[in-house]
Design a protein around this ligand. Structure first.
Ligand code: PDD
Length: 282
């Protein structure tokens, strides 16, 4: 049961939570969001998610409505009220409600804060794979901001879906950026490569965890540009995100990666990820 949401200080049943049609999130997609995984009642990498939240709010010039202690209280209350366990917390902040629809940023406005929980399905033993379409990254230039304006991501993902794939891997002029809802890694000769963190990708929290775990396991990790040719010739390709953790890509369009099998490095890091989670849930 995940029916309790948080809206501007209140905990309510989902169907009772209402937002004005003049909310700038509704009219302009003027807001940002976070997705925080929760394992056994405990938010995973919460400090890092809150740091990214702060960064994104600064980028769009919205004052953070809460201190980190307040955020932790809100999130922990929401977890409890939704039965705990494994959850995904969605957190959204919009600039708020203005009297009129006007592109100018209103001076006197309070942000709208909304959080909800959904069930997080985790399979600690089986690794779930993905199949991807390679598509041109048609999004804007500020992909490091976790904006609620996801029209570009959504159109790309739907294009991939229409071709029978579960994700779109994106490139700009032949350079891989990220997935439509994930970050991208490749393996070549047992070394790990992922595009550098800049304005063209979202700095994934899972991406950082995977880099840390790979390095701790003695693997060389290169944060550098990856060409489409390198992607298609890789020994392994994975996508990472808060909902998927690490998911090996078995094919990109008609190109089969690692004979369609889960690669050895992905297997190691999937296990490392599970062990790391367990080490936090004492
Ligand atoms: N998406 N890049 C994009 C474009 C994403 O949408 C996401 C996550 C990531 C991975 O970030 P993280 O590891 O912090 O989840 C990278 C979330 C899960 C979503 O929109 O639902």
């Amino acid at each position: 049961m995940t029916n309790i949401v948080y809206l501007n200080g209140d905990l309510l049943a989902k169907e009772d939570a209402k937002v004005s049609v003049l909310d700038r999130g509704f009219l302009f997609a003027d807001g940002i969001y976070e997705v925080i995984p929760v394992y056994n009642d405990k938010p995973f990498r919460l400090e890092q998610h809150l740091a990214r939240l702060q960064y994104c709010l600064e980028q769009v010039d919205i004052d953070n409505p809460h201190s980190n202690i307040e955020w932790k209280n809100i999130i922990n209350t929401l977890i409890k009220r939704n039965g705990g366990g494994h959850l995904s917390i969605y957190l959204q902040i919009t600039r708020g409600v203005s009297e009129t629809r006007n592109h100018d940023k209103p001076s006197d406005i309070n942000p709208t804060v909304f959080l909800m929980a959904s069930e997080l399905i985790v399979d600690e033993t089986n690794i779930s794979t993905a199949s991807a379409a390679l598509l041109e990254d048609i999004r804007w230039q500020f992909c490091d901001i976790k904006s609620i304006s996801l029209l570009g991501n959504m159109l790309l993902k739907n294009q991939a879906k229409a071709k029978g794939h579960s994700e779109a891997i994106l490139h700009r002029n032949g350079q891989v950026t990220e997935g439509s809802t994930s970050n991208v890694f490749i393996v070549k000769h047992r070394e790990v490569f992922t595009p550098p963190q800049n304005n063209l990708i979202l700095g994934g929290i899972t991406r950082d965890v995977i880099i840390e775990l790979a390095e701790a396991a003695g693997l060389k990790v290169h944060q550098q540009k990856i060409t489409v040719d390198e992607l298609l010739a890789a020994d392994e390709v994975w996508i990472t995100s808060s909902s998927r953790e690490i998911s090996p890509v078995t094919n990109i369009d008609e190109n089969i990666i690692n004979n369609g099998n889960i690669g050895p490095v992905a297997k190691v890091l999937h296990q490392e990820f599970q062990d790391f989670k367990k080490s936090l849930i004492l």
